[in-house]
Design a protein around this ligand. Sequence first.
Ligand code: C2E
Ligand code: MG
Ligand code: MG
Ligand code: MG
Length: 276
Amino acid sequence: QTKRLPGAANQVIDLRVTDPAHVRNQLERDLQLALSQGELDVAYQPIVRAADAVVTGAEALLRWTSPSRGAVPALTTVAVAEQCGLITEIGAWVLERACRERGRWLAEYTDQPLDLSVNVSPRQLMGPGFVAMVAKVLAETAMEPAALVLEVTESVFIDEGDRARRVLGELKALGVRLALDDFGTGYCSLNYLQQFPVDIVKIDQSFVANLGRDAPASAIVTAVTHLTHVLGMTVTAEGVETAEQREEVVGIGCEHAQGFLFARPLTAREFAAQII
Ligand code: C2E
Ligand code: MG
Ligand code: MG
Ligand code: MG
C-alpha cells in the first residue's frame, strides 16, 4: 500500500493501513468540505453485453480529488462517509448527478438505451427517506425507473434483513432494478438470492481474475451463474481484464461484463466522446 507523509501531493491514504482516529477525523473534515468545494466527481465505467461487447450501461463511481491528498480511493471515501453519516448526502449527490448526466447523453448523443448503475451503501439504503429520495431524483431527471440499477451488497441482508426486504420491495415498486454487488466476497448465502428481490448478480472480480488459471474459480462462476439463471436473474462478471477471461465468461453464459478489457472508468466527457 502506498503511504506518504501528510501534506505530500497525491497522497494516497488507505483506511485499512492508516486507521488512527486523528487521520479519520481529518478525512471527515476534508470530505465535509469536498462536496461544497466541488472536489467530488463521478466516473462512468461501461457495462457491456459479454457476447459482443455492445455497451448496455454504465456504472457510476464516486471520485474525490482533494487538493491536499490527491485522488482518494473510492473505498476510502465511502468508508469515511459511512462512518460520519455523510454518505446520505454524498450518495444522493452521486445519484442525481449520474441520472442527469445520463439524461444529457441520451438527449445529445444516442438513441440507444443505456442503463445506469449506482452503488448504494448499507447506511444509505437503510437511512430514513432513501426511497423517497430515489423517487424524487427519478422524477426530477425524467429518468425511466427501469433503466436505473441500484447496486447493494449482501451485508444489508444480514444486519437488518426484514427492514432491508421492505426497503428493497419499495424500490422495486418504483420500478428500479436491483443488483447484488461483489457477489461471493461476503457471507454469500445462496438463500439471499431467493429471499430478496434482486434482478442482477455481479460476480466479484476476485473470481473472474482467476478464470482460466484456476479450475475452482471456473467452477464457482459456472455454478453461481447457473443458479442465478434458475432464479430468473442475470449475471454480470466484474473485473474482466483479459480476452481469455472474457471468453470463459461468455462460455459460462454471463450476460454482461465489465472490466478494464472493455474500458476503465471514464469522466463524463470521455464517456460521451468515446463510448456513445
Ligand atoms: P464496485 O461497485 O464493485 O465497483 C467496481 C470497482 O472495480 C471500481 O473501483 C472499478 O474501478 C474497479 N474495476 C472495474 N474494472 C476493473 C478491472 O478490470 N480490474 C480491476 N482490478 N478493477 C476494476 P472503484 O471505482 O475504486 O470503486 C471501489 C468501490 O467503491 C466500488 O466497488 C463500490 O463498492 C465503492 N463505490 C464507488 N462509488 C461509490 C458510490 O457512489 N457510492 C457507494 N456507496 N459506493 C461506491
Ligand atoms: Mg458496484
Ligand atoms: Mg462490484
Ligand atoms: Mg467490487
